[in-house]
Design a protein around this ligand. Structure first.
Ligand code: PGA
Length: 253
């Protein structure tokens, strides 16, 4: 079975003390995680070392950065390299979140470069894609998201592609409380898998975890994750509440 992942995206929230408390609360609970299930905490840069220290001895639980830069090192004031993340033991990075695309003008091509450098340093990118409301209303979401995949992923070979996790996050569902229905999530995620299959073959496409993101919470996680092409979630708001996120972890299939 491909990996099923509950990923917390804390975004730009929490003080150090709050972050420690939340992480301790969530990871100290008993979970029955099996070999194909993973929990990932995408924390703000200043908390990576703290979080990594807390989870490094735990099986199934990992820390992610929320972003990285596309260059190896050098005069890029304020940026964080993948080599720095690797030196902390970080194993995942969120790439191309819609907030990065929107507020920081990150293009599909720029994201392709970030994916390359992550893979070079053996860090798993959680590559985000998803359409804005006007595209959904026009009914062209499949083409829109397929193009995001084509532009950022299709230069990769089969082996590299299988090292990526995809998170489908319709922008109209992020932080709005408006979740895609499980049928909507399943429909487009099955389509995205078919797009991958048409380029890489169905066996490769079957191996790739595709998470759903956008107002996932304890009350809808089980239903969303039960869909055959929904392999867990990337969770913003609800990941800041320990009970909510713990329930989301328990909803993994
Ligand atoms: P949300 O955010 O769960 O608060 O909608 C999801 C995300 O942006 O990753």
């Amino acid at each position: 079975m491909r990996k099923q992942i509950a990923a917390a995206n804390w975004k730009m929230n929490l003080t150090l003390q709050q972050a420690e408390q939340l992480l301790d609360n969530v990871i100290s609970r008993p979970y029955n995680l099996t070999g194909h299930q993973q929990v990932v905490f995408a924390v703000p840069f200043p908390y990576l070392a703290m979080a990594q220290e807390k989870v490094k001895h735990l099986q199934h639980i990992f820390v992610a950065a929320q972003n990285c830069y596309s260059k190896k090192s050098g005069a890029y004031t304020g940026e964080v390299s993948v080599e720095m993340l690797q030196s902390l033991g970080i194993e995942f990075v969120v790439i191309g979140h819609s907030e990065r695309r929107e507020y920081f003008a990150e293009s599909n091509k720029f994201l392709a470069d970030k994916l390359d450098i992550c893979l070079e340093y053996r860090i798993t990118p959680i590559f985000c894609c998803g359409e804005p409301l006007n595209i959904r209303e026009a009914g062209t979401q499949n083409e829109y998201v397929a193009k995001q995949l084509e532009d950022s992923l299709f230069h990769l070979d089969e082996e590299a592609l299988q090292k990526i996790v995809i998170a489908y996050e319709p922008i109209w569902a992020i932080g709005t409380g408006k979740t895609a229905t499980s049928a909507q999530a399943q429909e487009i995620q099955a389509y995205l898998r078919s797009v991958l299959a048409s380029k890489y073959g169905s066996q490769v496409a079957e191996n790739i975890s595709i998470l759903y993101g956008g107002s996932v919470k304890a009350s809808n996680a089980k239903e969303l994750f039960s869909q055959p092409d929904v392999d867990g979630g990337l969770v913003g708001g609800a990941s800041l509440i320990a009970d909510e996120f713990a329930a989301i972890i328990n909803a993994l299939k």
